[in-house]
Ligand binder design. Structure first.
Ligand code: SD4
Length: 341
């Protein structure tokens, strides 16, 4: 049963925090304040977020809307053939098909999503049109593809020779085994921003100059998944959630564990109760670990969050989860998130 006294304490502290514009309390005395940034600001998952943030920043610094910023930002990794876990060049499923998942959410609670979409380079833009032009939230598979074609998107082959080769190698053993931090493994370091890493599912959260929050999340999903498998990334509440009064959260890693815990919604609700972004992410990670400790030892899941005041934070099961931050003070800040292990 919920301890009503504790609950009231948490919610009243949350109220105080919102009024005061900071949050200096936390669960069980754990420091509960995170870096705070002037608006506008954009944050996104993994090292690759640096390049995506730069594109989003162009919108934000010109007083653009956070929604436009996150769409523009995540289109960068979607179009990058050297990035093998988002969009063009993404690793295929075990049948050799590249199937993409994406979702987007704005400051009014509007949202749109596509899953298992094939042959379209920019699933995030299709998701936005699902949000804006249909009475639905989510379109999948052939229905999503037909909608995209009706909206003028072009069909393209998303399987690059490099990803096809990786799939052929994988077929030799055909063992489905999600690799920890595959997102930050280097495939074409010479071609990547900062000459460093190759990357991932991108989850991005932005606050614009008016203080409005939006988010986007896009991925080719787990490499060599079953055909038809959908992860957390296109599922509102799991891979992404935004509440303009409170903040936003997004996730990366093994989506099944995020879905089981409705991860991003949980993070936002914890921030509503007064948790700092990092502590909220940590609590969501702890739920995953608590439910399946043996599974959690061998997988990665990371959450990234921002609150209405512009405080941001992240937490992951395993070491190695990074995120990128961009605001007027620092356009290329890369932070290593804290982790359980
Ligand atoms: C999924 N969460 O499809 C995605 C994959 C991912 O870093 O984020 N990889 O489960």
């Amino acid at each position: 049963m919920v301890d009503r006294r504790k609950f009231l304490k948490a919610t009243s502290l949350a109220g105080a925090s919102i009024l005061a514009g900071n949050s200096s309390f936390g669960e069980a005395g754990i420091p509960n304040s995170n870096p705070v940034s002037d608006k506008p600001i954009v944050i996104s998952t993994w090292d690759f977020g640096l390049a995506a943030n730069a594109a989003a920043w162009e919108v934000l610094r010109n007083n653009g809307r956070a929604l436009d910023a996150v769409e523009k930002g995540v289109r960068i990794p979607e179009a990058d053939p050297d990035n093998q876990s988002v969009g063009l060049g993404g690793f295929p499923d075990r049948d050799g098909k590249v199937t993409l998942d994406a979702c987007i959410m704005d400051e009014f609670g509007n949202c749109g999503s596509v899953a298992a979409l094939e042959n379209i380079v920019h699933p995030i833009s299709v998701a936005r049109l699902v949000m804006e032009k249909t009475p639905h939230v989510m379109l999948v598979g052939e229905g999503a593809l037909n909608f995209a074609l009706q909206q003028g998107f072009k069909k393209e082959n998303l399987l690059t020779p490099e990803s096809e080769e990786a799939w052929k190698q994988w077929l030799k053993k055909s063992e489905y085994k999600p690799e920890i931090n595959i997102e930050n493994k280097s495939f074409r370091p010479d071609k990547l921003p900062g000459n460093k890493y190759n990357h991932d599912t991108i989850g991005m959260l932005a606050i614009d100059a008016k203080g409005n929050i939006s988010g986007a999340c896009t991925t080719s999903g787990m490499a060599f998944k079953m055909h038809g498998r959908v992860g957390d990334s296109p599922i509102i509440g799991a891979g992404l959630y935004v509440d303009n009064e409170i903040g936003g959260a997004t996730s990366t890693g093994v989506g099944e564990e995020v879905i089981r815990n409705v991860g991003s919604f949980l993070v936002v609700e914890l921030m509503r109760q007064g948790y700092s972004p990092e502590n909220a992410c940590k609590e969501a990670v702890m739920r995953i670990i608590k439910k399946k400790p043996e599974t959690a030892k061998n997988i990665q899941v990371g959450f990234l969050a921002i609150n209405k005041q512009g405080e941001y934070g992240a937490y992951a099961i395993q070491k190695g989860f990074s995120f990128a931050v961009c605001d007027k003070n620092d356009q290329a800040l890369l932070i290593k998130g804290n982790s359980y292990y």
